[in-house]
Design a binder for this molecule. Structure first.
Ligand code: HEM
Ligand code: HEM
Length: 163
């Protein structure tokens, strides 16, 4: 794997598109959750555009993370900042890869629940929604930690593409 000096424009654009789509999946989750409850109870539910939007949003997330993964494997990712303590280098590396795995689990489990009517898949979806939230919280808290404690500006790496 190569070590470029920074993320490419495409990697940065995909990062923020995925972040927005993931936020949308949580903010607008109520419609699909109520539809799912109705299906489980064998009752009808009214059409709500937010239901197909959740399905499409999850599908797009899967496509975009596979695309990002391809870029990660071809373009690579910049090495961690110099002054990052070794255990934190390992933690951020694991957290970054965990995002790809957890997002894929969310998309696939959601699809299996919805299209194959699998209750167990919905349970997996509900467990990993918490894991994903915890990852996002850790990831976002890492930004002020880098800025204030390590005094490096890692945020810029995800805003300005490397030339
Ligand atoms: C990364 C992608 C996804 C994220 C972050 C996500 C997130 C969520 C969240 C937060 C809920 C609410 C659970 C609750 O508290 O009731 C939910 C429910 C649900 N999602 Fe997703 N979702 C994703 C992809 C998908 C996909 C692709 C599908 C279907 C094709 C899907 C189908 C469902 C279903 C059926 C429910 C209702 C399950 C239940 O309430 O037990 N999701 N999703
Ligand atoms: C659900 C939302 C998010 C996901 C799934 C996500 C995922 C990731 C992943 C996988 C990486 C590693 C880069 C790669 O391998 O492609 C990364 C890097 C980064 N993310 Fe996020 N992220 C999310 C939200 C955010 C938010 C809200 C912020 C800022 C407030 C942020 C700031 C950053 C920064 C600054 C980096 C670069 C870290 C470095 O250079 O080592 N991310 N993100």
């Amino acid at each position: 794997m190569t070590h470029p000096t920074g993320y490419s424009g495409a990697q940065i654009a995909l990062h923020w598109i995925v972040a927005l789509l993931v936020a949308g999946q949580y903010i607008f989750k109520d419609s699909i959750a109520s539809a799912w409850d109705a299906i489980r109870q064998g009752t009808d539910y009214a059409f709500d555009p937010l239901i197909p939007a959740h399905v499409a949003g999850g599908g797009l997330i899967l496509v975009f993370i596979l695309w990002r993964l391809a870029l990660r494997l071809t373009h690579g990712a910049p090495p961690p900042p110099e002054n990052e303590p070794a255990p934190l280098k390992v933690l951020s590396h694991v957290a970054h890869w965990a995002f790809y795995v957890v997002l894929a689990i969310m998309s696939v489990s959601g699809a299996l629940a919805w299209f194959a009517d699998l209750t167990i898949a919905a349970q997996v979806h509900n467990i990993f929604k918490v894991v994903l939230l915890a990852l996002v919280a850790l990831h976002v808290l890492a930004i002020p930690f880098h800025r204030i404690v390590l005094k490096n500006n890692v945020m810029v790496r995800m805003l300005r593409p490397a030339r």
